[in-house]
Design a protein around this ligand. Structure first.
Ligand code: PRT
Ligand code: ZN
Length: 302
């Protein structure tokens, strides 16, 4: 059987094989309860729990694989997806589009100038050479600013281009800014704010794959919304509720349930945002709570 031929009834998601986004993308999918068996060549991962498989590829290939229908969905940086759309057109019927931001891989595509190059407004870029791996996005931005500059396309090591005399300034990804500082460059303009996103084809997927894709999107959105949430459970006396409820950590309104065979006893269940501190737990205990449990969330459907 050719495992790489797309299947009609299994959903296929392209993720980065290695690099910055591969591991967090896979961990996010595994947090939804999905499990994968990797092939020997580490190109394909078979979904064991749901009919959802992974293709492990270079991040730059992901938008094209979606556009060609080789993969149904992809997890990729907005920077890579936006560059593909800027280069290949944004026809809503064919262009892969952003479905859901995923909250990791945050960075920005920025212009940075060497010390000594004056920059006050985009107009200072007129006639300058700008090195980048994102020529289509940069060209679009320059057009939007009505500035004519030369775009020098490089596939890597963009930050050293000014020192090598290949360009006057650069347009590159920045996260901590350490690389810019190490290369005596100053960030002057943010062109795009990026993070990892779920990318999907312009046209809805048919049949079972469409259903699975919709479910996955919903579960990802819920998982991201709940990422820092915990489930807090505790028991108390009904008479202590007025003192206890204001001490619950910030979150959804709690459920208060009667305990069978204990007329005055209640069980409280509350979805909390963020961690529950030792101090908060001690205060709840002092107000009469018992059997305090703080549980991580694996999955949730509102
Ligand atoms: O092999 P493959 O082609 O799949 O990987 P790649 O080498 O092209 O990509 P990779 O793994 O480096 O990055 C994948 C994605 O991570 C990018 O497309 C972005 O969406 C995202 N990302 C987040 C980043 C950064 N942060 C980042 N800092 N990608 C690159 N960088 C670079 C930055 O340009 C600088 O050179 O990392 C260096 C360190 O940055 P500072 O600012 O922290 O010093
Ligand atoms: Zn790449």
């Amino acid at each position: 059987m050719n495992r790489l031929a797309p299947s009609r009834d299994r959903l296929r998601i392209a993720i980065q094989k290695s690099g910055r986004l591969g591991t967090p993308a896979r961990e996010l999918l595994e947090r939804l309860g999905l499990r994968f068996q990797e092939s020997r060549d580490r190109l394909f991962c078979h979904g064991e729990v749901e009919p959802i498989d992974l293709l492990l590829v270079r991040d730059d290939d992901i938008p094209g694989l979606i556009a060609e229908g080789v993969c149904d969905l992809g997890i990729v940086g907005r920077n890579v997806l936006s560059e593909f759309r800027a280069e290949n057109g944004r026809d809503p019927a064919t262009a892969p589009a952003e479905w859901q931001p995923l909250g990791f891989g945050g960075c920005r595509l920025s212009l940075a100038v060497p010390e000594g190059l004056n920059y006050a407004t985009p107009l200072d870029l007129a006639g300058r050479r700008i090195a980048t791996s994102y020529p289509a996005l940069l060209a679009e931005w320059l057009r939007s600013q009505a500035v004519a500059a030369d775009v020098v396309t490089l596939s890597g090591s963009v930050e050293i281009a000014p020192r090598l005399g290949q360009a006057d300034l650069i347009c590159d990804l920045v996260s901590t800014g350490g690389t810019l500082v190490a290369n005596q460059l100053r960030e002057v303009e943010v062109i795009l704010r990026s993070e990892a996103v779920l990318a999907a084809p312009g046209t809805p997927l048919p049949g079972l794959r469409g259903e699975l894709a919709g479910q996955l999107r919903g579960r990802l959105a819920a998982a991201i919304g709940q990422r820092n949430s915990r489930l807090l459970m505790l028991n108390a006396r009904r008479s202590q509720l007025s003192e206890l409820l204001p001490l619950l950590p910030e979150g959804e309104p709690p459920s208060v349930m009667a305990l069978d065979g204990d007329a005055d006893g209640v069980a409280i269940k509350a979805l909390c945002r963020g961690t529950v501190s030792w101090q908060q737990m001690e205060r709840m205990k002092a107000a009469g709570a018992s059997q305090l449990l703080v549980l991580p969330l694996e999955q949730m459907l509102p």
